[in-house]
Design a protein around this ligand. Sequence first.
Ligand SMILES: [Cu+2]
Length: 178
Amino acid sequence: MTRFQCLLPAVTLCIALVYPTTSTAVDAQAAMSDTNGQPLGTIDLIAAPTGTLLRIELNGLAPGPKAIHIHSVGDCTDPSEGFVASGGHVNPNDRAHGLLNPDGPDAGDLTNFYVHDNGYAWAEIFTPLASVNGRVGATILDEDGAALVVHTRSDDHSSQPIGGAGARVACGLIESVR
Ligand SMILES: [Cu+2]
């Protein structure tokens, strides 16, 4: 009993040293804003053992289901043009768009999230298809960076080119925080 009591703190310390904060390490963040340049909140990109967890907390979007994707260019400087500068999806293997598409998905594809009637949204989305530094799947932060883009409607996950998600209503440059 005494031996166990002595060992337990040591084991806990060992685990803490071997796995330093991996479960909650924020790799990168995207400060999102809308087509009027209004800030909406932040999306965290958290490194996970088999992919990336996106933690979304936004305020000020129109209510309803929304598509969100990882777009391939880190440029959100054209809100009045509808964020076209953020390019298409991160898609190094040239796959078709859509999590439900037999020829997909592309590496920027993500599940939808929901904006409440008061404009507030909180969600976690997991992708095994990409990571900030390329440790798992496609590399999000390549030479020309990347952006998270929210669309006005939900993604049907199969039709081309973007699952019927419509206009780009919010954009955030993905920036490393490490
Ligand atoms: Cu998109």
